[in-house]
Design a protein around this ligand. Structure first.
Ligand SMILES: [Cu+2]
Length: 122
């Protein structure tokens, strides 16, 4: 009887250790990376448009655009997407993303106030 208890205890402990190891492996694969992208956002509408669209991008965990600095902060899963893909996604919405220029077709569809220089009077 004692030996059965011992076997069970050993089994339980080894399962726990395996579980912890598995958890750590998963955590490693899901590492979150933070990146900042300089965009050409002009106003509150731009902020909403970019945040909404980027939130649907694959691998994205967090999106926030600071209108003062036009810097978009993204948190994403490295195993799901890349910084290049995310800059391209911003460009497809119609905005510059660092050195990636806005997609001309998407840019042309933006309301006039959201196009570059739309707020020059400020
Ligand atoms: Cu705008």
């Amino acid at each position: 009887m004692k030996s059965i208890k011992l076997v069970l205890a050993v089994l339980f402990i080894s399962f726990s250790i395996a579980g912890i190891a598995q958890e750590e492996k998963e955590k490693k694969g899901k590492e979150i990376t933070v990146m900042e992208v300089k965009t050409s956002a002009q106003c509150e509408m731009c902020k909403e448009r970019i945040e909404k669209n980027m939130a649907y991008e694959k691998g994205i965990k967090f999106v926030e655009l600071d209108l003062e600095t036009k810097v978009l902060t993204l948190k994403y899963r490295e195993d799901k997407t890349t910084s290049e893909q995310l800059r391209k996604a911003v460009s497809k919405i119609g905005y510059d993303a660092d050195d990636v220029d806005a997609d001309p077709v998407a840019y042309a569809k933006l309301p006039a106030c959201c196009q570059k220089g739309g707020h020059d009077h400020e």
